[in-house]
Structure formats: structure tokens, C-alpha cells
Design a binder for this molecule. Structure first.
Ligand code: ZN
Length: 249
């Protein structure tokens, strides 16, 4: 039995699976991998949260980079991997998708937003760091293009930031709690395209395994958690899941 057939059996036997996704599922849509070795953050220094708070220059650089990514975010589309995950959710096999990605491609591929847990936030939204009032990305970028600076919060005058979790920024409490609950209660944890090296996010598959779930990892490369997994497949996600799930999505 090959890996795809084994994964198909695990999915068929599962009653409450959780999918955990990382950058590898979105690189198949052409989105660059930010955090992994060789990724953008190894070539371009990430802006730490403390610097964003303290330094107007860091905020300008952050929004300049966000502006340069806008064409990518506007045109990128879900791939077969996202569509397969959406299919698993639609069939009721997977209850939730926990993702490290900030691209919202799971929601765009049809997973209801309430079933997506974004551990590192979402770059398509922006909000005030003080009062959490949302701001439209399009408005912030238009202001930035016109003035060279992001706008302040219209409500409280606080700093506006993309709704992503930067290095050094506290993890979102609500999302962490939801991820802990669903990871601890699932019977199959299906990891797709994560190097499982960025903590605390990478702790959730291990939590599931400790609580008795089957752990399956589908990733292009090896991960540090392969030794704990019941099944490891090193392959592309989209084509592999299409073989596992079948067509029709
Ligand atoms: Zn505010």
C-alpha cells in the first residue's frame, strides 16, 4: 500500500479530523515561504513587533513591503491542496483547519471562516493595535501611497497594523485556545506543508498525538516530528491529496 492509499484509509477511519497547514500548501499557489530556510525572511530582515511599535521608519518599511505584496495577494488563488482541504471540511471529515498561513486561501477556497483558526493572523485585514478597530487594507494602502505613512486609527489615534502576528508579537489568545481545544479532541491530525519548526504553532500536532490522535504528515521535506507520526509522506500536497480524495472538487 503506498502513502496515498494509507492516508485514504486513515481519513476513512477518522470521525473528527483536524487539518494543520503551513507555508508548503500555499507555495503551490506561488506564494513565497516567509519563514523557512531559504525563505523571504532569510533574505529580508523581518520587522520585529517591538520595532514596529517604537520606530516610524519600521512601520513605513512594513507597509512598503505590504504594498509590494498587494498584487500577489489580489491575484493569488487556492490550489488543489486548498480545494482538497475544503472538500474534507465540506464532507464533515475535518472539523477545523488550523493554519500558520496569513493568506486566507482556506476561506477563499470555501472553508467557512468559523472553521479556520489562523495562528499567525491574516494579511488581508488590518486593525488598530490599541482598540482593535478594523481598517480596510485598501484604505490603509491608499493613505500610505498618498502620504508615505500609514494612517492612525480613526477611533483612538493608535497604530494601525496588518492583522498578522509579527516576530515578538504575542500570539492571539482566542485562536490559541481554539486550536488547543480542537487539536486535543481530534482523532486524526493531518499536517500539510508545515516544517513543524515554528513554535508555539508546531506544538498542536504533538498535542493531538499525545491525546491519542493519529498523526499524518504530508510535506515536501522531512520534519522534526516525523518520528512521532503514524504516516509521513514527502510529496507535493495538491497532487497527493487529489489521489487520496479523488476528483470532483
Ligand atoms: Zn484604535
Amino acid at each position: 500500500m503506498n502513502g496515498a492509499e494509507q492516508l485514504a484509509e486513515l481519513i476513512a477511519a477518522s470521525r473528527r479530523a483536524v487539518v494543520f497547514t503551513g507555508a508548503g500548501i500555499s507555495t503551490e499557489s506561488g506564494i513565497p515561504d516567509f519563514r523557512s530556510p531559504g525563505g523571504i525572511w532569510t533574505k529580508m530582515q523581518p520587522i520585529a513587533f517591538q520595532d514596529y511599535l517604537a520606530d516610524p521608519g519600521a512601520r513605513r518599511l512594513s507597509w512598503q513591503r505590504r504594498l509590494e505584496m498587494e498584487e500577489t495577494w489580489k491575484t493569488v488563488e487556492p490550489n488543489d491542496g486548498h480545494r482538497a482541504v475544503a472538500e474534507l471540511v465540506a464532507r464533515g471529515v475535518a472539523s477545523h483547519v488550523i493554519t500558520q498561513n496569513i493568506d486566507a486561501l482556506h476561506q477563499i477556497s470555501g472553508v467557512p471562516a468559523a472553521q479556520v483558526i489562523e495562528l499567525h493572523g491574516n494579511t488581508r485585514d488590518a486593525r488598530c493595535l490599541d482598540c482593535e478597530n478594523p481598517a480596510l487594507i485598501a484604505d490603509v494602502l491608499a493613505h500610505f501611497k498618498a502620504h508615505g505613512d500609514p494612517p492612525d486609527c480613526a477611533v483612538c489615534g493608535g497604530l494601525i497594523k496588518t492583522a498578522t502576528i509579527s516576530f515578538g508579537q504575542p500570539m492571539p489568545e482566542g485562536e490559541m485556545a481554539r486550536a488547543q481545544a480542537v487539536a486535543g479532541a481530534c482523532d486524526l491530525m493531518l499536517v500539510l506543508g508545515s516544517s513543524l519548526s515554528v513554535y508555539p504553532a508546531a506544538g498542536f500536532p504533538l498535542l493531538a498525538k499525545r491525546n491519542g490522535a493519529t498523526l499524518a504528515i504530508l510535506n515536501r521535506d522531512e520534519t522534526p516530528q516525523d518520528q512521532y507520526a503514524d504516516l509521513v509522506i514527502n510529496a507535493e500536497i495538491g497532487p497527493t491529496l487529489r489521489a487520496v480524495i479523488g476528483g470532483g472538487y
